[in-house]
Design a protein around this ligand. Structure first.
Ligand code: AMP
Ligand code: MG
Length: 336
């Protein structure tokens, strides 16, 4: 009898879509070498088709056929971080359709470490194109139930692997130029990359907290990873942040809003909001990353209309956490 994994693999080989767990977030998979499959992925997510997909492989030997060049630093990156939460951008080969790369001559490739993901990719013929398995603009799914909420009826199968371990998308590094460049921060930090391959640049647009620190009108900025409630990030000393958020909470409650706060274990008991959720201890970056999208989704389910979050700039993963939080907030950021 056909196993679930064979069934999932055959769906992909026949041009269908399967959502699957990885160590970062759930992915929405299709055959990366089939242009119709990639078009289906964009349609299912409601994603603009110029936003490229990541091609997932299950073994390093499968990399060469889909890229036109493997820069030497990639072998060191492989030894250090693959399989794992690192996506590498290469010049693509002719095997990869432009539908998968959003029209680009480059292709993003990742080898996840999650055993279900690896088995599924192998069962699917080796090349699974997958963005995160959420509707475009929503927080990436960290549990199968969130994939069901967003995509049920739009995919042929959902593989449930339980909650994802990391909870934030992979780090993306582009190695097609003279100097490697981080295009998206993640669990693998700049410092970790630099230990292996020397100096790495960071795309300046992911570091631009400072120049966007004034709250902007809703809809002025492209929102991504966004909850349904209106999210604002507040930066300052713990005392400043707590009293500012409590003042706002009083105002918002008078206007019949339901208020949620993203706090830490150290501060969670001091807020007056309707619902207060802790991302864990402030020192525990892995916990913050792990909890973030789940909390945003929980606020949606609980009907929260107004959300305030503490700011998390410190630490080595601070960049990745703040990059996602700022996008989720449509860059509503108040520095006290
Ligand atoms: P997601 O997994 O939903 O975050 O989607 C894949 C991400 O990878 C998108 O943000 C893309 O912009 C990025 N990506 C995929 N391919 C490329 C590429 N060739 N160059 C730059 N970024 C890419
Ligand atoms: Mg995504």
């Amino acid at each position: 009898m056909e196993s679930w994994m064979e069934k999932a693999g055959n769906i992909i080989k026949n041009g269908g879509l399967v959502a699957f767990p990885t160590e970062t977030v759930y992915g929405l998979g299709g055959d990366a070498l089939n242009p119709q499959s990639s078009q289906k992925i964009y349609a299912a997510k409601g994603r603009p088709s110029d936003n490229p997909l990541i091609v997932h492989i299950s073994k390093f030997e499968d990399l060469a056929p889909i890229v036109s060049e493997i820069p030497s630093c990639v072998y060191a990156l492989r030894d250090a971080f693959w399989p794992g939460p690192l996506t590498i951008i290469f010049k693509k080969s002719d095997l990869v359709p432009y539908e998968t790369t959003g029209g680009l001559d480059t292709v993003a490739v990742r080898m996840p470490v999650d055993p279900i993901a690896l088995q599924f990719i192998a069962a699917s013929g080796g090349y699974v194109a997958a963005p995160s398995a959420n509707l475009s603009g929503r927080p990436s799914p960290t549990k199968a139930q969130y994939v069901i909420q967003d995509l049920q009826g739009r995919v042929d199968m959902i593989l449930d692997g339980g909650p994802t371990e990391i909870g934030l998308e992979s780090t993306i590094v582009d190695v097609t130029g003279d100097m490697p460049v981080i295009l998206r921060p993640g669990y693998i930090t700049k410092e970790m990359l630099e230990q292996i391959i020397g100096k790495v640049d960071v795309d300046p647009t992911i570091l631009d907290v400072a120049c966007k620190e004034r709250p902007k009108a809703p809809g002025m900025r492209y929102r991504h990873y966004a909850p349904k409630g209106d999210l604002t990030i507040i930066k300052g000393t713990p005392e400043q942040v707590i009293s500012f958020i409590n003042e706002k909470t009083t105002e918002n409650k008078e206007q019949k809003e339901v208020v949620g706060v993203i706090a830490t274990d150290e501060t969670k008991d001091r807020y007056w909001a309707d619902v207060v959720k802790s991302v864990g201890e402030r020192q525990d970056e892995a916990s913050i990353a792990h909890r973030l999208y789940t909390i945003l989704r929980e606020f949606d389910d609980e009907g929260i209309t107004r959300i305030y979050s503490e700011s998390f700039e410190e630490g080595s993963m601070g960049q990745a956490i703040m990059n996602r939080l700022l996008k989720a907030a449509g860059h509503h950021y108040i520095s006290l």
